[in-house]
Ligand binder design. Structure first.
Ligand SMILES: [Zn+2]
Ligand SMILES: [Zn+2]
Length: 249
């Protein structure tokens, strides 16, 4: 368990990973039940941790580059048979079954899949609810559970998660979050063919600028950011339905 001076973002990463259902493919390591690890003599890179039981993060990207972070068993996260640093645990979790294919592993420094997955999880319930509310008889809502790699019209790679309103003849409306690999801090939202929102999440902007804020400010900034995304998506879905109504009339 994490005890000392855990940075907030790490604590919330733990919360996120710990919140997985018991049936999930990936499980948080049960440290209490695990036998004590012998000292490796390698220091843990987690701030405030004095353990000399660290090992290298197991992450390797599709170009066979490996992560250089050393992390002790108390701060590592085990997914399947491997143990990762927090950041790459987020990457592996984000790509789901693709993690079984080494050639599909995102680049070592690519934060796009984990950011899309993170925001997608936080918005998932709201987007499914608003699409269900907008659904006509015979339409239903389906959604991605992991981030997928895709390309835009210029062949630039990006990671995305989408929610779809479908009927038996095919898709009616897509809501898609995406983050480009070449700008992995900027989140874009599309509703149908309309680009409706884009922004750098406040916690990423602060990390980029080297700022730190009190927990209460962090929480209110996150809430504002999510409210902005939710309201923008909701308004775009309503606009889409208004347009399709006027076409049908
Ligand atoms: Zn440690
Ligand atoms: Zn790593």
């Amino acid at each position: 368990m994490v005890t000392v001076e855990t940075p907030r973002k790490e604590a919330s990463a733990l919360r996120r990973l710990g919140a997985l259902p018991a049936t999930a493919l990936f499980r948080r390591k049960e440290h209490d039940a695990a036998p004590a690890r012998p000292a490796t003599g390698i220091a843990c890179t987690m701030r405030g941790c004095a353990n000399l039981t660290a090992q290298l993060c197991a992450y390797r990207d599709r170009r066979e580059r490996s992560c250089s972070v050393t992390i002790c068993p108390a701060h590592a996260i085990s997914l399947g048979a491997n143990t990762y640093c927090r950041r790459h645990a987020g990457t592996v979790q984000a790509i789901g079954e693709l993690s079984g294919d080494p050639s599909g592993h995102p680049d070592i420094d690519d934060r796009a899949p984990s950011l899309v997955d993170w925001i997608g999880r936080d918005l998932d319930k709201d987007i499914r609810t608003l699409l269900a509310r907008a659904a006509r008889p015979g339409e239903s809502v389906i959604s991605d559970h992991v981030a997928r790699r895709a390309h835009d019209f210029h062949r630039n790679a990006r990671w995305e998660r989408s929610w779809r309103l479908v009927e038996h003849t095919g898709p009616v409306l897509n809501v898609t979050l995406h983050v480009a690999e070449d700008n992995d801090s900027l989140v874009h939202v599309r509703v149908g063919c309309e680009a409706v929102a884009g922004g750098v999440p406040p916690w990423i902007a602060r990390r980029r600028d080297g700022q730190d804020v009190e927990a209460a400010i962090d929480i209110s900034q996150r809430q504002l950011f999510y409210r902005y995304l939710e309201e923008t998506i909701s308004e775009a879905v309503v606009r889409f339905r208004d347009r399709s109504d006027s076409i049908e009339q």
